[in-house]
Design a protein around this ligand. Structure first.
Ligand code: PBG
Length: 325
């Protein structure tokens, strides 16, 4: 054969392959979700997320220091609320001395440069396990938005760098931005979970926080996974309302949506490699069916290739260790 083009030339060895790689993965790309519990010296492995833990704040601080030493620059906080503090208003969510508020402050005190993001939604605080206030069996939008604004302002007050509304109520980004402005928090950002789909892959996360919906499902607020254009509509509206970073969630079954969003916007795009995606790789690795380390790096690189600027992932620490080798 006398070929004009031989594509294998650029694959011949590791050096040339790295030189022409279109995508790179670094610890700067990662946001680490952390599950925080009341108490001291507590570390509970989440049954459906082997190797991932819910920790009391003291142990969370040790973890955050280790993450920082690995080059990781951001954490995303979730707390587990005690049953006796749950109700239908979610008021524990804006308790100035609540676990979330104490955690934000403690982490910022320990490592001021760590970018602290916080999940904003009522589900961990709701007796119904829904992201909003329930009335006559429905999740009401506008009253929920009022609660989310209070929650966001209280996170800002505690020192959060970005609040991350994951509730999918209409108009919440604009309302939160206004609330932050009115309270003088002009340096607090918003990472909007803009295209968040009603997904079965959230299951293990709901185990971690004991936050599964007590009735029905989340389909009246989270998006139908059959839809693509709706993701663009949601995302553009969130940007118009003041989102600094937008997010697509889940991640792996939605790489097409990540790319579509990336092409449509001029703000950083993040993606959430969610709990069920973590558990699938863990389970396959445990069975000896997949090489876990390789699956992690390939998966996270795929997120970058799809257009994610940032990736929230339970694999962040493992990946940072692998990348730092
Ligand atoms: C809460 C929230 C959820 C996740 C992040 N924030 C669960 C849900 O919407 O039911 C899921 C994260 C994961 O599965 O890793 N609104």
């Amino acid at each position: 054969m006398f070929l004009q083009r031989r594509n294998r030339i650029l694959r011949v060895g590791p050096s040339i392959r790295s030189l022409v790689a279109e995508t790179t993965l670094t610890p700067n790309d990662f946001i680490v979700p952390l599950f925080i519990d009341e108490g001291e010296n507590i570390s509970t492995e989440i049954a459906s997320m082997p190797g991932y833990y819910r920790r009391s704040l003291d142990l969370t601080l040790l973890e955050v220091k280790e993450l920082w030493s690995l080059g990781i620059k951001s954490v995303l906080l979730f707390i587990k609320c005690k049953d006796e503090w749950k109700d239908n208003t979610g008021q524990e969510a804006w308790n100035a001395n609540g676990l979330m508020q104490r955690s934000i402050k403690a982490i910022k005190d320990a490592i001021p440069e760590m970018v602290v993001m916080t999940d904003v939604a009522l589900d961990p605080y709701s007796i119904y396990g829904h992201d909003g206030i329930v009335k006559d069996g429905e999740i009401v939008n506008d009253e929920t938005v009022d609660a989310l604004v209070k929650m966001s302002v209280s996170h800002a007050h505690a020192g959060a760098d970005l609040v991350a509304p994951s509730d999918m109520m209409d108009g919440r980004i604009g309302a939160i931005r206004e609330g932050l402005e009115e309270s003088g928090f002009t340096k607090t950002g918003i990472m909007a979970y803009s295209a968040k789909y009603a997904s079965c892959f959230y299951g293990p996360f709901r185990d971690a926080l004991d936050s599964a919906p007590g009735f029905g499902d989340k389909k009246t607020y989270q998006m139908n996974y059959a839809n693509r254009l709706e993701a663009i509509k949601e995302t553009l509206m969130d940007i118009e309302e003041g989102a600094d970073i937008v997010m697509v969630k889940p991640g792996l079954p939605y790489l097409d949506v990540i790319r579509e969003v990336k092409n449509a916007v001029n703000v950083p795009v993040s993606a959430y490699n969610i709990s069920g995606e973590y558990s699938m790789i863990k389970a396959a690795a445990k069975m000896g069916w997949l090489d876990e380390d390789k699956a992690i790096i390939e998966t996270l690189t795929a997120f970058k290739r799809a257009g994610a600027d940032l990736i929230a992932t339970y694999f962040a620490k493992d990946a940072a260790k692998l990348l730092n080798k």
